[in-house]
Design a protein around this ligand. Sequence first.
Ligand code: GLN
Length: 279
Amino acid sequence: MTLSALIFQASERLILAGIPPDEARLEARLLAAHALNLTREALFLGQSDEADTALLEPFLCRRESREPLAYLLGERGFYGRDFFVTPDVLIPRPETELLVETTLAHPKVETLADIGTGSGCIAVTLACELPDVRIFATDLSERALSVARRNAERLGAAVEFLPGDLLGPLPDGFLFDAIVSNPPYISFGEKATLSPEVLGEPHVALFDVEADGLGFYRRLASKSSQKLAPGGLLAVEVGQGQAAPVAQLWSAAGFEDVTILLDLAGIGRVVRGIWHLQP
Ligand code: GLN
């Protein structure tokens, strides 16, 4: 079978599996390139060459059963760099780049902590962009941390990874200029609304045990002030509809200049606040 016929058949199968046609066509190409070890150029130029259907088949079957594409390809782009991903980590999302930009816009950062680092996409990106900043990253999952360490190594980033819950593993007697996090914020009540792909991601990275999905924000609001230097930034990603309640939590905890930033879809996606020590 020619490569173009193989890709056509594969995209038809993905459409039948419930993947929207535009995505199915692109995914069929990406999976074929990955499975047959083709460069982008070979993929687009050599479509009359004979292709080995058997190589693509296992990937196609897994995608038909709605395994996330990024896990099949083994990587996902984030802020212009490629990150390894496995089913042990949340797949980096484009909207999380807004959290990176918010952090980069904060002046005079020398020390920073990323809480619940997962694939390490936030901490490693910031380490690449701000090579002089000392960056710590925590995660409860050792398996996630080993993916994050591989990403730091791949991208030549110096990040100190610490296993444990929330801010717990951060060194004592050390104040940070910025604390950032994209914590699990989906409530169990929303589970039925999620796609099979999202449900294929680690539940510990997706779900908050509290009914409103705000549990991690409550804990961050109360704990991070003890770890922030005066003028320090607390910035988090939030789910749809959570920006206003999280901004209220930040204000109630004594943060100043509390701001909601909108993503490209116009949804409040990042909440930031500045910590000032009371005299
Ligand atoms: N910090 C990682 C990310 O933004 C992981 C987040 C998570 O697991 N909730 O992708």
